[in-house]
Design a protein around this ligand. Structure first.
Ligand SMILES: Cc1cc2nc3c(=O)[nH]c(=O)nc-3n(C[C@H](O)[C@H](O)[C@H](O)COP(=O)(O)OP(=O)(O)OC[C@H]3O[C@@H](n4cnc5c(N)ncnc54)[C@H](O)[C@@H]3O)c2cc1C
Length: 417
């Protein structure tokens, strides 16, 4: 029997990890390339460690740096979402959000939304999907070049470790490739890219090189992909020792309409964090105006952190911000989808049952009898959120299912007649 197509997914965020789980159910095994050291992407959770803060020290606090909660308006017996939320809750990954939200309600009225939180942080959702997928993940490894050939498989060039953060034009560091073939290059029959679209087709500091967009050059799809825009914002997590600090407000999360700070959450309270977390975590998001104004700032983002701190001291003076035991600021250069494919605005109140709203879910980059290339992720979905990602992963899985069903290891011979 011919071997099944080799699938590589780039990105272990929610889209990539859900897609890997769906492909596993179809009997396909998947390799994932992830440039960070952990899963979750924009649903990442920062771990604050005790002692020297080194990776071997115990985790004493956590904070969701990106997405805050998963929101659904779906009915409990929705064919796709119903079983998914049930299994995430039974596995202890998600629990209903029960806190109070203050300030302007971004979820509007209408079909009452249900919110879920993850006690161990939202990155545990992607981790759960990866476990289901039994996927092999190359952590700390970035795709730097992708080429499709007209009569063969795709070739991916990878860079690892420190080089994962470097422009691909900088030399790769072979010394960091402990296990030889795990960096350098890789062949695949199906490749799915899940990083934010502007990182693929726009101006990116670390562009992915190669011919992977060439087939779209004469097509309006490429110009529609180039219209995708993301907002930028900063996130800061503060960690306070629970022996000396207790949360002073009745609300768990607060939205603000004005100023540099637009969202504050009692993060450990929001999640119902386990007792191993001795730190109370507070998560702060800047507004998009500050994110856009300071988007070129480099780590540790002192200017942005100082602007947010000044606003926090005015807005929430009951919290001793400057006495925190730990502070972590992160820049989300690609934060949320502002304009999706074709400059269409995604709708955060979108419901799966209301159709695709003109969003394709995924886009085909390349297809020959031997190779298939796709882009998936929230830029292509009707909503730039968790359910948008799940929808996109399902769309990509459908396309792959059709391709794989015609596969005989040499190409799509059945469909060639
Ligand atoms: C501040 C903020 C608040 C948000 N709030 C919410 C919310 O409350 N609820 C909600 O549902 N959604 C929210 N979102 C949106 C939600 O986080 C995203 O829709 C979702 O996480 C996108 O998942 P993804 O897998 O499509 O993309 P990503 O999470 O961006 O995953 C892409 C992955 O690809 C990796 N990658 C990138 N380039 C390469 C490369 N060259 N090689 C290898 N790997 C690469 C990245 O490291 C990343 O892990 C928020 C987002 C942000 C930033």
């Amino acid at each position: 029997m011919a071997p099944p197509p080799r699938v590589v997914i780039v990105g272990a965020g929610v889209t990539g990890s859900m897609l890997a789980a769906l492909l596993k159910e179809m009997g396909l095994s998947v390799k994932i390339i992830e440039k960070s050291r952990g899963a979750g992407g924009r649903m990442t959770t920062h771990s604050f460690r005790g002692g020297s803060g080194g990776r071997s020290e115990p985790v004493v606090g956590r904070a969701d740096m990106g997405a805050q909660y998963l929101t659904t308006r779906s009915c409990q017996d929705h064919e796709v979402l119903g079983p998914m939320y049930t299994s995430l809750q039974s596995a202890g990954v998600l629990s209903p959000f029960t806190g109070q939200v203050a300030g302007p309600n971004p979820y509007g009225s209408g079909n009452a939304p249900r919110h879920f939180v993850a006690p161990a942080g939202l990155k545990s959702v992607a981790e759960h999907f990866l476990t289901r997928a039994e996927a092999e993940v190359e952590w700390d490894t970035a795709l730097s070049k992708l080429d499709f050939s007209p009569n063969g498989s795709a070739t991916l060039q990878l860079s690892r470790g420190a080089s994962a953060q470097r422009p691909p034009t900088a030399p790769m560091i072979p010394d960091s490739c402990e296990d030889g073939g795990s960096c350098g290059s890789l062949s695949a029959d199906i490749v799915v890219l899940t990083q934010p679209v502007p990182q693929l087709v726009g101006k990116s500091r670390y562009p992915v090189e190669g011919n992977f967009l060439d087939r779209l050059e004469d097509d309006t799809t490429l110009s529609k992909l180039r219209q995708v825009e993301f907002s930028s914002r900063f996130a800061t997590a503060y960690f306070f020792d629970s022996k000396t600090f207790s949360w002073p407000y009745v609300w768990t999360a607060h939205y603000f309409e004005q100023g540099d700070v637009r969202y504050v959450a009692h993060d450990s309270g929001k999640r119902g964090a386990a007792s191993e977390e001795s730190m109370v975590s507070v998560l702060v998001h800047s507004g998009v105006p500050l994110g856009m104004e300071l988007k070129d700032q480099e780590a540790p983002f002192e200017g942005a952190a100082a602007r947010m701190l000044a606003d926090l001291e005015k807005k929430l003076p009951d919290i001793p911000w400057s006495q925190a035991s730990g502070v972590k600021t992160h820049k989300w250069l690609y934060s949320q989808v502002y304009k999706g494919i074709g400059a269409k605005r995604p709708d955060p109140a979108w419901e799966w049952t209301s159709g695709d709203h003109g969003f394709p879910g995924c886009v085909e980059l390349f297809r020959t009898p031997q190779a298939l290339g796709l882009i998936a992720g929230d830029s292509l979905a009707p909503a730039g959120n968790f359910e948008g990602c799940i929808y996109s992963a399902h769309c990509a899985a459908e396309v792959i299912k059709k391709f794989a069903s015609d596969w005989d290891g040499q190409g799509l011979v059945k469909s060639k007649h």
